[in-house]
Design a protein around this ligand. Structure first.
Ligand code: PEP
Ligand code: MG
Length: 753
């Protein structure tokens, strides 16, 4: 906790810094005065500024080291203690610098006699472009207040360099304090599409020019008002729909609320403004500390807590900007840039506010990605270094075909993309014309194309895409996007709305598939070593049947007098299915006993996602009414590769001969057992994969809305019998994927992929 001394210290430093800036003069002179002033105020023997130019950190100004070293001492990126500070973007505070393993001795600086070293990064908008250092002869560790004071100065310095306050410092032109050149980052496509727009930062920054405050009293009042709003929001969340919240989830919300009212957090923020920072800059500094702590701790519970604090920091920054609501005040052509994004946050922004989304991390099977596809918003992820390369308002092109994000593109590139966007719309219009055509292949096979959905807003895709029903309705989405556990009535309402929208078309509801990568913020889950292999989906449903029975009750009520299709996720054994079916029967009896109208028909099915059940299909004859293969999970278990882990999720291909043989066998077993079978992972919606699946025997494909048109076009042009012969030959090879050969087959046969 910073003491009064640090506050005073920071305030004096900031005041003096302003005086230096206002006094004018050459940029180099001002930098020189700055280091002299910092050294004397902080009673340091040395104060130096290193700025990053290209691939080196160059000494730009110093008080205490030899003057001739200025602009001569250049450390390679990562070299020395300065390199370490820049690399970690964190302060380094050590009593005996020369003994540190990363110490790099430069004789021209004459730094031999200085033992203690405190270096802080000069960062703006996640971009580290320099290091501010103080050193002392005596060996000592600097106090927390001194570290804070130096960080405050570094923050203001960063802002000044970025906003051009130093003018054209000779040779400073290539110090990239502010990303300004065109850049291309390559990531992975999470949701297809192209977009041209401007950057909207999910984690906002203090706007340029608003780092130092003119009036600390006014600034503190602004901060207090914003804090009050954030607290009111937390209280509202606490009081909203309490009746269904279990003890544990209430606890989580209470923690959130207590964090929002945490006096230590508040004091840290206030100390920032009292030291002369703007409210935004004070929050940003505290957020920086939270982030540094988050990166440093390993304990998962503690990490969660720090992460929640970061969330609060972000909310506070948005509130200060006058945007309490996510995306409020966003430009009309916003492209959202975030480190990670939850599905609820994405829905809060809403499709109408976003042209596209680019993430530094993420994974294509994450729920935010699934929601983006449902909303039809293009999304690209795994873009390393993205956040340090953009500023709010930067022009950007999001290429959700190649996975590229082009920052600050030149005008010719923008024109080329405009042209591509027009072409895409023309293609979409052509596919839309196929909407009412049945999907019959050249050799006369009738294929059923269904939709994967999970939100009420998906229902309109049924007509738009021309799908024949919903093959997978992911009921957990409603749970994931709510702040609290949805009540029975709101579950019933959603299911009824979806059935209404579908009309005569069948809807297959999958019961809650929680656990694994699907975590509810309001239900405390036990941490598991291997969540994907852990207590999830039907396992939770059977062990804690209350939630599942509630859901079944809602489904039965919603389907009164209509057709009800329910399936259970991640069933691994026949027994599990039998037990789940008993719950359905019990709920039907419950409704009957109360004289309620029952569904006209009830079909109960299984999601084939565990290899064990995939190998038990013959035993399911007469027990289950239908099966649906979830390739996303089935393939993760088949290849033993976590679908949510970027390192391995795209390492294996479903077009691997062993995987195809495995799927083919399930298909044949289901046919022999007279069990209707569909396939509903993401793969079914990609034309090339769909071709392979049709060739090995599948006739019902369920997919995201965006895939229906293209898959139908492929079916209309394909001779599936011919494809079958070709693929069976390819499947005999030991290659890791037949993708390449299959593409040439498709091209030879004039199939559009
Ligand atoms: C699957 O596993 O293939 C599937 C469709 O379910 P989810 O992606 O929701 O796990
Ligand atoms: Mg699944």
């Amino acid at each position: 906790m910073p003491g009064a001394a640090s506050l005073g210290g920071s305030r004096v430093l900031l005041r003096k810094l302003r005086e230096i800036m206002e006094a004018g003069g050459e940029a180099q002179q001002r930098l020189d005065r700055l280091v002299t002033m910092i050294a004397s105020t902080m009673v340091a023997d040395v104060c130096s500024i290193y700025l990053t130019r290209g691939a080196v950190h160059e000494l730009f100004a110093t008080q205490g080291l030899k003057a001739e070293a200025v602009h001569r001492t250049r450390l390679r990126l990562g070299e020395g203690l300065v390199g370490l500070v820049a690399e970690t973007a964190q302060p380094l505070n050590i009593a005996n610098a020369p003994q540190h393993e990363r110490f790099s001795y430069r004789p021209e600086t004459g730094e031999d006699p200085f033992s203690s070293f405190l270096g802080v990064p000069i960062v703006r908008s996640e971009r580290t472009f320099g290091v501010l250092v103080v050193q002392n002869r005596v060996s000592r560790t600097y106090g927390e207040d001194e570290v804070e004071a130096l960080q405050t100065i570094a923050m203001v310095l960063a802002e000044m360099v970025a906003s051009g306050a130093f003018g054209h410092l000779s040779g400073i032109a290539d110090v990239e304090a502010r990303a300004s050149r065109p850049e291309i980052l390559k990531g992975k496509v999470f949701a297809e599409g192209l977009a041209i727009g401007v950057v909207l930062l999910h984690e906002p920054h203090a706007p340029l020019g608003r780092v130092i405050a003119d009036d600390p009293v006014k600034e503190e009042a602004r901060l207090e008002a914003a804090l009050a709003k954030v607290r009111a929001w937390a209280v509202e969340m606490m009081e909203g729909d309490q009746s269904r919240i279990s003890g544990a989830s209430r606890e989580v919300i209470e923690t959130y609320l207590s964090m929002a009212t945490d006096p230590a957090w508040e004091l840290k923020l206030k100390n920032g403004v009292r030291a002369g920072l703007s409210a935004e800059a004070a929050v940003e500094r505290v957020r920086g500390e939270h982030r540094a702590k988050f990166n440093a701790v390993r304990d998962p519970k503690l990490r969660d807590l720090i992460h929640d604090f970061e969330d609060l920091d972000n909310r506070l920054l948005r509130t200060l900007a006058g945007n309490d609501e996510l995306g409020a005040g966003a430009p009309a052509d916003a492209i959202l840039i975030a480190r990670e994004l939850g599905p609820a946050e994405l829905l809060d922004y809403g499709a109408e506010r976003l042209r596209g989304i680019a993430l530094e991390g993420g994974s294509s099977t994450s729920h935010a990605a699934i929601v983006a596809r449902a909303l039809g918003v293009p999304m690209v992820g795994v873009l390393q270094g993205l956040l340090s390369r953009v500023e709010a308002g930067d022009p950007v092109i999001l290429d959700g075909e190649s996975g590229e994000v082009r920052l600050r593109p030149q005008s010719e590139v923008v024109s080329a993309y405009r042209h591509r966007i027009e072409m895409r719309s023309a293609r979409a219009a052509a596919l839309a014309r196929l909407r009412d055509k049945p999907a019959i292949s050249q050799d006369g096979l009738r294929i059923t194309l269904l939709l994967n959905a999970g939100l009420a807003l998906d229902a309109h895709h049924l007509d738009e895409a021309g799908a024949e029903g919903i093959g997978l309705f992911r009921t957990e989405f409603q749970f994931m996007v709510s702040e609290t556990l949805p009540r029975l009535e709101s579950q019933t309402e959603l299911y009824r709305d979806v059935l209404d929208a579908a009309g005569e078309r069948p809807v297959t509801f999958r019961t809650l598939d929680l656990g694994g990568d699907k975590v509810l913020p309001y239900m405390q889950a036990e941490r598991e070593e291997n969540p994907a292999l852990g207590w999830r989906a039907i396992r939770i449903g059977l062990d804690r049947p209350a939630l599942l029975r509630y859901q079944l009750r809602a489904l039965i009520t919603a389907a009164a007098g209509r057709r009800l299709r329910v399936m259970f996720p991640l069933v691994a054994t026949v027994d599990e299915f039998d037990a789940a079916r008993v719950l359905v029967d019990r709920e039907l009896a419950w409704a009957r006993d109360r004289g309620r109208e029952a569904p006209k028909t009830v079909e109960v099915g299984i999601m084939v996602e565990a290899p064990s059940i995939a190998c038990s299909v013959p035993d399911l004859a007469g027990r289950a009414d239908f099966l649906s293969i979830g390739t996303n999970d089935l393939m993760q278990y088949f290849f033993a590769a976590d679908r949510g882990n970027q390192r391995v999720s795209e390492r294996y291909d479903i077009l691997n001969p062993a995987a195809l043989r495995f799927l083919q066998r399930v298909c044949e077993d289901a046919r022999a057992a007279s069990l209707p079978l569909s396939i509903c992972g993401e793969a079914a919606g990609r034309p090339l994969e769909a071709l392979a699946l049709l060739a090995i025997g599948f006739r019902r494909l369920s997919m995201p809305a965006s895939g229906v048109g293209a898959v139908k076009q492929l079916i209309l042009a394909a001779d599936i019998g011919e494809a079958r012969e070709a693929i069976e030959a390819m499947m005999r090879s030991s290659t890791s994927s037949i993708r390449f050969e299959l593409v040439s087959f498709a091209e030879k046969n004039g199939l559009i992929l």
